[in-house]
Design a binder for this molecule. Sequence first.
Ligand code: TEU
Ligand code: CA
Length: 558
Amino acid sequence: MQKKWWHEKTAYQIYPKSFYDSNGDGIGDLPGIIGKLDELKELGVDIIWLSPIYVSPLADEGYDIADYRNIDPRFGTMEDMKHLLDEAHARGMYILMDLVVNHCSDEHEWFRKACEDPDGQYGKYFYIETVKPGEKLPCNWRSYFGGPVWEKLPGHEDKYYLHVFHKKQPDLNWENPKLREEVYNMVNWWLDQGLDGFRLDAIINIKKALPFKDYPADRDDGLCSIHRQLEEAHGVGLFLGELRDRTFLPHNAFTVGEVFNEKPEELPDFIGDQGYFSSMYDFEETIFGQSPMGWHENVDITPDDYKACVFKTQKKIAEVGFISNIIENHDEPRGVCHYIPEGDLSLTSKKMLATVYFLLRGLPWIYQGQEIGMENLPVSDIGEVDDISSHDAYQVALDAGCTKEEALHLIEKYGRDNARTPYQWNGSAQAGFTTGTPWLRVNPNYHRINLEAQKQDPDSLYQYYRRLIALRKSAEYKDALVYGTLVPYNEEEHNLMAYERIGEQHRMLIIANFQKEARSVQLPAGEAVVVLTNAKEAQIRDGAIALAGYQAVVLEIK
Ligand code: TEU
Ligand code: CA
């Protein structure tokens, strides 16, 4: 595997709407991000991905783009964006935008023109099918956000368009070379402005299994999961390779794919030395336990499941490429609430989770607020919920016989608002996020959990993240912690997650006691030196280390 400039970096995802509001309208914005770049630098962040800030009706919070070449006025202006790029570059930081090209918004000019003339040039940018009265829809796929993927084309009684996500997100037809050309021009236009790269949204969906056909229904609604057709949609690589060759490669851009459902043999194509992307996310543990029937049938992930998922990815990637490791993002509940067993959430267990995922082989990502241990949001009424997928899941749960309380509890566990509440800067009103009324309510725990308090506390999660970041980047240990191979240690041991990172000069051992009970772990032969731990001390005696509940330790084995 070739060494790349970004391997040693730390990446950070910003959800702009909830990061920092500079003008009191309750919505986070680009000037707000610019003003906080030094904070991120101080933490040790190098690469920043911004969730979408393009012009959008925000039906899916910006993942529905109405103009790819302009900034939504709620987030700022093109001037602000250029300013952000300059300020980031001046600090040796890199900015990635979200590339959402599986679909656009139904308010995009292309779609408007398609409605005016479905048989014309722009009609061919979408999937539009004629369905005469009494005829059935072209296929019975269920959209990601619920309901059929077909919606009546405005102004046409007998025409329907495809949307695998929300009906305000019509799918773009990648089979059409003209559409692909539009996308490449737009991507190159952004890269020419000095943008450093992209995160590729829902990218696997750009290839559909054609011609459209029904699959056996998997719920009472007569529809089938969208994943069913994805299994049969072959050839996405042709589009991705073309995209890379026409845009990313000539600009030397950094890219990270949101890839689900790839086949193991395709990995080198995706993130090998000549891959479609620089990196892609590991979602093995993210999707663990998710039921196609709905959130009410999801299964909790245990520490042993978590370990199995992570190691599965680590083994299959090995030296093929550099995976991107996360514990959360804007679509997921807070990682500390999801992966730490209920009742065991504490500063110590949060630090433990940080340690085990951050030092895996790959690029570590932090989602905004993760570094201060932000937690899930309590919900007492469906009217408080913004996220469109939560509204669908709520209804699905009620239809399946859940009570209102049970359905709300599912939103508290899995809903996307959990990660989208405003960043908790300090203990003042609205957590210091805005002087106005925030677009989404602040988590009431901000007095206890906020950045200002944690910056002053040497024992805080924030300070621990700073140490982890610095350790991974350190000239001394990066040969092992960045470039070293990963070898699981005592893999079969219950509630223990441990692995070695073996580099050319150093051999590191990371051990996490993923339970509240103390335990002792036998160490390999050699002198063991504690480099980092989340507890007061780590006692080594007779070749074994004594660990408190949720203690994690990073050792150098000499
Ligand atoms: O998500 C893609 C996607 O497939 C998710 O819906 C995923 O299945 C789910 O979150 C797993 O829990 C991307 C964006 O990250 C998301 O915010 C958008 O809503 C979606 O694409 C549509 O653009
Ligand atoms: Ca604002």
